[in-house]
Design a protein. Sequence first.
Length: 226
Amino acid sequence: MIDVLPTPLPDNPLETLAAWLDHATLQALQPNPNAMTVATLDADGTPSIRVVLLKALVTDPGYLVFYSNYQSRKGQAIASNPQVACCLHWDALGLQVRVEGIAVRSPAEESDAYFASRDPASQLGAWGSDQSRPLASREALIAQTLARGRALGLPDTATLADVKPPGGALPRPPHWGGYRVWARAVELWVDGAARIHDRARWERPLTTGDDGLPHPGAWQAQRLQP
Ligand SMILES: Cc1cc2nc3c(=O)[nH]c(=O)nc-3n(C[C@H](O)[C@H](O)[C@H](O)COP(=O)(O)O)c2cc1C
């Protein structure tokens, strides 16, 4: 059980996030302890939010990785405004983590490696769905997915339950891959008695370098009233 945040506060809050994620995974109290909500802003400023799976956490230099379709609503939102906010909540553990930052596409090789690690049915699913676009019917989606699979070399007999690509794997669709969320602010929250929760916020400068990538400064921590 995690009762309070340490004093003094940790230098790097993402190391605490990593420890909490490990703890939640070991406790196995929910099917997806790495479920994370991600909020984005559409080009017209409309906010939207959805759950994704946190697939990697690099505590230093400090980014979170999730995978998605780059042409989805979130993908289009990030293309026009890379500012995102994420939240992980482990209800049974009384813990919440909030992260604000900038989403940048992962390097292609990293997305390739992750895609190759997925099972062939999930690989086919990434080809099959034009995520967030309208759809005539569920049958149309299945037919579209299997037709795209055949175009990639799957046998005519393939079904969604039986996906055996020639060579063992499908290539990564160019419109699908990772996002690294570079953290600019992190808040850790621990449930407390009488609603006197323990809460702290870390911030750091995040400037974009000549290479177009975020360059983080040092973390500064501050306890906040709950
Ligand atoms: C537990 C859970 C995990 C999910 N994981 C992902 C994910 O890793 N990537 C993803 O693109 N969508 C994931 N989804 C689906 C998204 O919530 C969302 O429906 C989809 O990405 C389309 O969002 P958009 O139209 O806002 O782009 C997940 C949904 C749930 C409930």
